[in-house]
Ligand binder design. Structure first.
Ligand code: NDP
Length: 564
């Protein structure tokens, strides 16, 4: 089954905003495979420009169709001639730029032909739409079993006649142009979905999308009056057609009338997946388990080792200290000055490893030179490695065996599970392959617990990485590059997890600047269906999972089990 959404005439910026905000949720809810949108009024209510078209594509439209106003903006002409995602009316004189029909690949791999026609009744001269569509279907041949026709016409009679003319020959005939949605949607006897007019996407406190005061003045005075798109009572109109892939016959047709309240939330329908709530759930679990341990005389204890004074690390260390104290875990702070050697740090880590009162050892990276972080991490006994950085724990994770999993990747998965983000069978693109974030995240997401199909991107992936990311249902960004993931990296409706942490310079040069991530939150929230914020997303989960891992280490050691 192929699910096609047709979005009725988009009127100016209010209409475009409605598409941008509502389409991600529609994509998710209706499992859409192709989105076709009539764009001929998308630029200030008349015509299309390259920019308005780009906005509609970025919002998630796959195909744009036109009508009699398509050429109203001069700066749209080149775009109409060049862009293969636009279909202009087919029944125009030979030599008109652009194409009147094209074949598109829906996201499920099915080919869909799209034809655009102009009516001739009460409209500017155009060639016969009946003969034009016959010619288009002949040219389409067997390139596409599924064919969608947008008939841009004034007279219902002409559109209904075209519906009968095409019944059984195309999958859907949908009327546009009057901007008033008609209630005659049905499947014609031979399997063609039909509606006389799909309506409009724009302000309904209006005269067919344009400011009603100006429109009324025109009627009352007959004087020319500039019309501007209305922005009151904005709604998205359209039709959803489900089509059988084998026969090309429509199985259902459903009219849509969706209100868009631009003041409802700053992110429209994009959910902000905060870390506070899932982190609190982990903290509660940790506190309860610490309580149970102390009842049996076991006091969980963590050694926090650092070398030198890394300003960014100091913040993390303070947060971990606070969180451990709140959970009832005692912490030994082991601080080496800058210049300490690897041998000195390793000797201390080995001693902590042999100390039965210490259950967990966490080495805060980066270490000041010349201390070698990797050598120090390998000195941690695997059963005390609460950050899951020892090669044995990394190997255990890869094999699906019990061990310690790095806190941040585990935090990412717990956060997604807390917010009920569907994972199984979906495609994740993990940006970054570090041992501490990217690779273990990818291992967890592709493991039996999450069952995702995972692609890993890195600095050598090249420019194709953006296109790969755009195929993902879930993007996890852990590249350490501020705002690398912009709106055009994200498939409409995808979920985006931002692991990156960057501190921006303070605007006035004083105090601390604010934190931001690897994702351009302000742009991506208009495309994604859910996104984690920075700060307040993955960060709190990392801290919470360090605490929980320490409790688990204490439980295992007190039970005489090093690992399980
Ligand atoms: P690393 O620097 O160790 O790894 C970055 C990864 O991103 C590498 O695999 C690198 O590829 C890849 N990469 C870099 N540039 C590009 C690019 N242009 N295109 C594609 N891939 C690229 O960083 P971490 O994994 O340790 O951390 C990543 C981010 O997460 C940082 O901002 C860090 O501060 C943050 N972080 C946040 C935590 C939290 O609790 N929220 C915890 C840990 C980290 P290659 O392998 O080819 O070099």
């Amino acid at each position: 089954m192929t699910n096609v959404l047709f979005i009725a005439d988009v009127i100016g910026s209010p209409g475009r905003a409605a598409v941008r905000h509502l389409l991600p949720e529609l994509r998710r809810r209706h499992d859409l495979h192709l989105v076709i949108c009539n764009c001929e009024n998308s630029a200030a209510g008349m015509g299309v420009t390259r920019d308005t078209a780009r906005e509609l594509f970025e919002a998630g439209c796959d195909v744009l169709t036109g009508g009699n106003h398509l050429w109203d903006k001069r700066d749209g002409h080149e775009f109409i001639a060049e862009d293969p995602r636009l279909v202009r009316p087919a029944n125009l004189p030979p030599g008109t730029p652009g194409m009147g029909w094209r074949v598109f690949r829906a996201s499920n791999g099915v080919s869909v032909g799209v034809v655009n026609l102009l009516g001739r009744v009460f409209m500017r001269e155009a060639d016969c739409p009946f003969r034009a569509v016959d010619a288009a279907l002949a040219a389409l041949g067997d390139q596409a079993k599924l064919v969608f026709v947008d008939v841009h016409a004034e007279a219902s009679a002409e559109k209904i006649a075209l519906g009968w003319h095409l019944d059984g020959r195309v999958s859907a005939v949908v009327g546009t142009h009057t901007h008033v949605q008609t209630a005659d949607d049905r499947i014609l006897p031979k399997g063609t979905a039909f509606v006389s007019d799909a309506g409009m996407t724009g302000g309904f406190d209006s005269v067919i999308g344009m400011d009603r005061h100006g429109a009324l003045k025109r009627f009352l005075t007959s004087l020319p009056e500039r019309l501007v798109p209305a922005d009151g009572d904005v709604r998205l109109n359209g039709v959803l057609v489900r089509i059988d892939d084998l026969t090309g016959r429509a199985q259902s047709v459903q009219r849509l009338q969706i209100p868009y309240d631009k003041n409802a939330t700053s992110t429209g329908t994009c959910r902000v997946l905060t870390g506070a709530e899932p982190a609190e759930a982990v903290h509660i679990e940790a506190r309860l388990r610490v309580h149970a341990l102390t009842e049996t005389g076991v006091q969980p204890r963590l050694a926090l080792v650092s070398v030198g004074e890394d300003p960014a690390s100091r913040v993390y260390l303070e947060k971990k200290l606070e969180a451990c104290a709140a959970a009832g875990i005692e912490v030994d702070r082991v601080m080496f000055p800058s210049g300490s050697t690897t041998a000195q740090v390793v000797a201390r880590v080995l001693a902590l490893g042999a100390d039965s009162a210490i259950h967990g050892i966490l080495v805060q990276l980066p270490l000041a030179l010349p201390a070698d972080g990797q050598v120090v991490l390998e000195a941690i006994p695997p059963h005390k490695d609460v950050d899951g950085v020892h090669p044995e724990n990394a190997g255990r994770l890869a094999l699906g065996l019990p061990g310690f999993v790095p806190a941040t990747p585990l935090g990412v998965v717990r956060l997604l599970q807390h917010w009920d983000v569907p994972l199984a069978g979906r495609h994740a693109v993990v940006l970054g392959r570090s041992h501490i974030v990217g690779r273990p995240v990818a291992t967890l997401l592709s493991g039996k617990g999450c069952n995702m199909t995972v692609t890993i991107g890195h600095s050598a992936s090249g420019p194709e990485l953006r296109a790969l990311a755009r195929q993902a249902d879930l993007i996890v960004a852990a590249v350490g590059r501020r705002h690398m993931v912009t709106a055009d990296w994200v498939k409409p409706g995808a979920v985006v997890v931002d692991v990156g942490i960057h501190r921006l310079p303070p605007p006035d040069g004083k105090g601390k600047g604010r934190l931001t991530g690897d994702v351009d939150f302000e742009a991506v929230k208009h495309v994604a269906s859910a996104i984690t914020p920075v700060p307040g997303g993955v960060g709190p989960m990392t801290v919470a999972l360090v605490v929980l891992n320490t409790v688990i280490a204490a439980e295992r050691q007190s039970a005489g089990r090093a690992r399980t």
